[in-house]
Design a protein around this ligand. Structure first.
Ligand SMILES: [Zn+2]
Ligand SMILES: [Zn+2]
Length: 175
């Protein structure tokens, strides 16, 4: 899922937001409370040995906490890749057993880079910065497809790049 309109994000912010840490701690405490306080009252016979119970109860608590941290991470990481944070947070939340998180790591886009002139986040396929019009990629002046800076002719339309009008490859070379 891509969200091309809104890709300006604050990169100073931590990748795991505060709210997800708070939710993670709350989830851990909640799960522990449930397993130690609520569940035993509904049981009439003694359950598993204590060591095993500590192991399982802590595991479930940590899993719940991890789940929250994961969603928090996705909420910060997805915008850096111009992916929809809301969509992926939903998916991570809904899919059982962390499948959403696995899918996220398999399908996530590369990081978007920054405009050298103004620092706006830009995707790799952008030719110009959407904020300051700085030319990010060399492109053909006729068909506007991406070309290499060293190309003499456009590989798509055969246009001679040395004579190109703006946006031309020579702009990138600084001539
Ligand atoms: Zn810019
Ligand atoms: Zn061309």
């Amino acid at each position: 899922m891509r969200e091309t309109q809104n890709i300006a994000v604050d990169d100073d912010a931590r990748l795991i937001p505060m709210w997800s840490i708070v939710v993670a701690i709350a989830a851990f405490v909640g799960v522990e409370y449930y397993f130690w306080m609520v569940l035993p009252e509904h049981r009439h016979h003694p359950g598993a040995p204590l060591g095993l119970r500590i192991y399982f109860n802590l595991s479930w608590g940590l899993l719940a906490a991890l789940y929250s941290l994961m969603i928090g991470y996705v909420s910060k990481d997805a915008p850096r890749r111009s992916m929809s944070a809301r969509f992926w947070m939903m998916l991570c939340f809904v899919m059982p057993g962390g499948i959403g998180a696995v899918l996220y790591f398999l399908l996530r886009q590369p990081l978007v880079s920054r405009c050298m002139a103004c620092g706006t986040f830009v995707q790799s396929e952008f030719h110009f910065c959407p904020q300051c019009k700085y030319q990010l990629t060399a492109s053909c002046g006729t068909c506007f497809r991406t070309v290499r800076v060293t190309d003499q002719f456009c590989t798509c339309c055969g246009h001679e790049l040395g004579t190109a009008d703006v946006p031309a490859r020579l702009q990138v070379m600084g001539n």
